[in-house]
Structure formats: structure tokens, C-alpha cells
Write a protein that binds this ligand. Sequence first.
Ligand code: GLC
Length: 722
Amino acid sequence: MKKDYEKQIQKLLKKMTLEEKVGQLQQCGPSLVGAFEVSFEELLDMMFDGRISQEEFDKLMGTAEQDFHEEDLRAGRVGSYNGIGDADTVNRLQKIAVEETRLGIPLLFGYDVIHGFRTVTPIPLAESCAWEPALWEKTARVAAEEATAAGVHLTFAPMVDVAKDARWGRVSEGAGEDALLNSAYGAAKVKGFQGDDLAKEDAMAACVKHFVAYGAGEAGRDYNRVDMSMQRLWEEYMPPYQACIEAGARAVMPAFNDLNGVPCTVNSWLLRDVLREKWQFDGLVISDSNAIAECVAHGIAADKREAAKQAVIAGMDMDMSSNSYIEHLKELVESSEVEETVLDEAVGDVLRIKFELGLFDNPYRTDKEREQRTMLKPEYRALAREAAGKSIVLLKNENSILPLASGTRIGVFGSLAADKGQMTGAWAIGANPDDCVSLTEALEARKISYRYSADSADMQKTAEESDVLVAVLGEMKEESGEAASRAEITLPPEQLAMVRELAATGKPVIAVLFNGRPLAISQLDKTVPAIVEAWHLGVEAGNAVLDVLLGDVNPSGKLTTTFPAATGQCPMYYAHTNTGRPGGKSKFTSKYLDAPVEPLYPFGYGLSYTSYSYKELSIAKLEGALGVTVTVRNTGEKAGDEIVQCYVQTPAAKRVRPVRELKAFAKVTLKPGEEKAVTLKIPYDSLGYYDWDMKWTPYEGKLKVYAGGNVKDTIEGEIQLS
Ligand code: GLC
């Protein structure tokens, strides 16, 4: 039961000066200044303009002192910091806030703990392929234990932006293209981060982001406009944020993008009507980095003063590092352009989360000793390895070439095989790449003899001396994540050339992919008999990949994003509508002249070292939900985990609806020959939709139900809903 701090909040507000109130809304990042006469921004411009080289820039950065704005802090002009992840610095700044400011209000420390802090776990897109909420919660708990030991109070996670366009670099940071999966993923992460009592020293407040529909940026280009019907917004993009708030998330970060012309940062419909009124959210709303100031660039505010005014009136509580509030809010209130009650509401939201975190009673939640003994515990690494193994998706395995028989002479090719630094993926800012295990290191640790060739120089000789050729391909971690959209998502030509050269030897080639997004790998698929999708798996990447290659782990991961056959198909996703002329053989149907209609690998797809069959689908009308039961059998020789998926189609709605919608899933473990009847529940209200007039409409009529191991290979049934 959440405690009520309203009395303490009102009492404190009465004591605060206008400047102290505005100070609570200021979040600083430690900026790199102080070592040179020009500002950090000017230095960046000088580098981009070529006036200084990258090396000169890096050298200057290396000598820069971090500026923590201590004088502003002492003056009560800082309420929070972003990006500080060590106990000593956190405690040093906290001491100034508590002992040297007039009211001693403690600081809130935020950090991007997206997929682990020091024990980096698989990127969210990878981990989502485990379809396992219990696992997602466990890895979030470990992240919270490490991050809070380093002084973090709030993480800017989970990111639950539904992403249907693989060109967008931040598809790596969420749970893929489906609203139900992002909802389940986000809720599990919130519970894992926050635990059962936010005042506990290892509890970390969750900040769900980026509200709303950041993943729907036009053309997959980051920060781009989002323009869609309200029906689509509410049916396909809103649910995960709501699920996270219902799970108890104590903060929300509005997205950089505009929504139908009004930037989320200053969108009062979004931040007040939906978030506060409809969803009754009483937590903190914190801007994305510099986002308030960027409303000037958006073209909705003439200057930062206007942006500050619009943002606070729209319901934005805290300003992350744009300085719009600290520069203008006091004067806006003094001139009555902003009511002081509006300011008090925002300050109240900041104070509330600080009370809930117990910071007034216990501002120093950690110390160096706890930090050092907490990082990278063996049990954390073990969990990271389990999560990595469950995130791997076996995309192809012709003639069961995998798992490798013991004694197979393994040739390994490609620089990513030995590049541990790439294994963390995007948004692993607290990580030390040296903590990661590369594939070659995993082979050495297990004393498996192998031959390695990082480039073409000795490739032929290495291939001659090997039985199986493991080609390690994919993306550098900088090629996904923020500001990393790609217009072409095929493999680089040099990687494809290497694969072709290896295939020409006649030896079987196994492709291992390290990447942060779906890739258009039709060429690769035509060239090799086996493909292992290994994403960016974190500290245990090499061990987890080897566990799968050797069969110590039977791969069970299933795609949560569609793999297009060609980049030009993007955005490509399973829950599409049928159109009046579904793509087919005849000319006048919805298709491309130069690309297939179908994806290369569909949503929910993933192979195993065993096989499964589905039979006997039945549907029962239960209290509040449909019960869909299907019998799943392990028809192979190995035990395995099968992710059973249940989809529906609603062909009698008042608007055209997707040809499939995921409505339930479950993971079952089956021994060889074992079969289980699996029952999945579909709540009746999850079948509703919005009609043309945005009226929520329960579905009535024929409902088609599908169950299987991916969105394509299913058995079906139907039921009449009246
Ligand atoms: C970034 C990201 C956001 C992150 C924030 C703080 O620009 O958009 O996801 O949490 O800045 O680092």
C-alpha cells in the first residue's frame, strides 16, 4: 500500500522560496567543461566542422574536469542528476544537498539502466525473445541491486515503444513490434526494478518511456514525426505504457517526437488528460534530454522561455538538462504567466518520489563498500548467461548441422567473434566491456580447439583445417540504439563476401549474428545452412552462444520482430490488415515488383534442436475470458521449451482489423515424446476495439482463433461471440 506524503509535501512547499521550487525541477547531467576556454557544444561544432580532429577532441575530453554544478546545488538550484553511477560521487553531492542547502531536500539520482548496470544482460529486443516475464523481472532485480549499490535511485527504463520498422535504431531497446509483449515485458521490468517497497535501499524507481509512440517515427528515422489515427494509437501503441503504470511505475518520460503535430513534451492531452486524469498517474514526469528546449526546433515555441511555459503548463514536471526551467520559470511565475499552483504541482511530484524512495530519512542509501561487493556477483553472471541462452533464436538449421558433435574441428571467422566490447549492445553506459566474454574466449575457457581467422588473409588455410566454419557477422553496437537509424539493413558487403568465400570451400557454414535489430538477410539465408541470431547478449555472450552451438542449451527463443526479406518492405509487421487485394500471384494485388510479399522470418518464429506438433484446439467460454486449449507434443529427441502462441482474427468488426493479433502466450517444457494440454486465456475485453467515432466496441461475431509455434504455423478454431 503506497504511503500518503501529501501533508509533508504541502508543509515543505510552504517553506520553499520560488527559486528553491524551480531548483527542484532542474536535472543536471555532469557536463564536460572546465578544462578549456570554449564550451562543450562549441567543441563539438569545431570537431564536426573539421576545425579540430577527433583525436584532438578526444584528448580535450580526456583532460576535461566533470562539472557537477556544486555552486548551483548549494544555492538550491539543482533537484536531480542524470548519469552519475558511483557511490562516492552520489554521496558527496547528496551531502551538499542535505547539509549545505537551506532546506536540506535530498537529490534524486537518475541513470539509464536499460539492460543491466555492471552485469550487462541481453539488449531488451533480445531478452524479449525469451517470452518469459519471470526472467525479465529477475534480470531487472539484479540491475536494481547493482545500480542502487552505485547510488542510482531512478532508472530511465523500461522502454516499451512498440517498433514496427527495423530501420529504427532504438528497436533494440524495447520488446519488439507487439503491444501485448511490450506490455508484459514492461510490467515485469517495473516490478523487478521497484520490488515491493520503494524505500528499500535496493529498490529503484522505474521511469516508463518514451511516452508515446516514439517507435512509430516516420520512415524509421529517429526523432521523426508520429502521425496516426487515435484508433491506431490506442490499440497498438498506448497499452504498454498503461501496463507499466498499472504495474506501479513511479515516473514517465515523454517522447522526443510530436504526436499529430504537438510534441509529447508540451502535449497537455497526453500529459494531463490521459496520464493524470484517465490513468490517475501521480508520479514524476521528466523530460527527455534537452527535449523542452528542442520544442523551439520543433517549431511550436518561439524560444526557451515559451517552451518552458508550454511544458510546465502541459504537465512536464522536471527538465532534463535543457535549463529551460531554471532560466525562465521563476520569472514566468512572477509575471503570472504560469500560476504558482502549477509550479507547486510539479514540485510536489518531485518531492513525492523522493519521499517514496525514503530519501528524506535515508539520503545515503549506499556506500563504496556495498558498491564494490555487489557488482558482478557470480549469481548475476549465471542469470545473465541463462537470459542470453533464452534470447538466442535459431533461424535456420538445415540437416540438423547444429548442435556440433564433440571433436568437430571448428573454424571461426570474423572480427566480432573476438570483439568483447561489441557484446554489450547499445545503452550499456555503466558497463565495462572487459567484463564481457567473447566467443573465442568462451572456446578457450572450455579448452575447445578451434582455429580463428579475423580477416581474409588466412581464411582459406583456416577453412581447410576445419570441419565446420562459424562465420560471425552482424552490427557494431553503435549501429543500433539512439540516433542509429539505417536506410539499408542488409549485412555489409565485406561480410557477405566472406560468407560466400567460406561457402565456396564446400564446408558447412554456420552464421552467428550479433546485431541490435532485425536484418534483411535473404542473401545470407540463401548461402548458409544454419543461422543463429545472437543479438547483443551482454557479459555472457560468448558462453551463451557456445552453449547453443554445442547443444548444452537447446535454443527456445522466438522473434518478437519480423525479419524482412528486403529493407524496402519496412515497416513490416505481422499484425497488418488484409487490404481488398492481399498480395498474391496476380498483378493487381498489394505487393512489390522487386521484393516478396512475405517476410524472411515471421513474428514468433524460432527453431529448436527438437520439434513440436500441435493438435486438438478447443475454445471454451469462461468467466471473463475465453479459454483456448491446445495439445503440444515434443516430437523430437531432445527436451526443450516451446513458446506456445495464441492469435485471433476478428473478421466481423466495424473497422478492418489485423489479420492476426497476439492475445496470449505460454512457455512449456516438454521431454522427448511428452505432450501437454496448454490452456491460454483471452480476456473478452482484450478483443474490443475503437470504432470510427473512437467508441470502445466489444467484439461481436465470428472470432477465429489460432495457436502454434509462430504466427504462420498454427492450427485454428473459431467461436461465435454475441
Ligand atoms: C536520451 C534518451 C533517453 C534517455 C535520456 C537520458 O536522449 O532518449 O531514452 O533516458 O536521454 O540519458
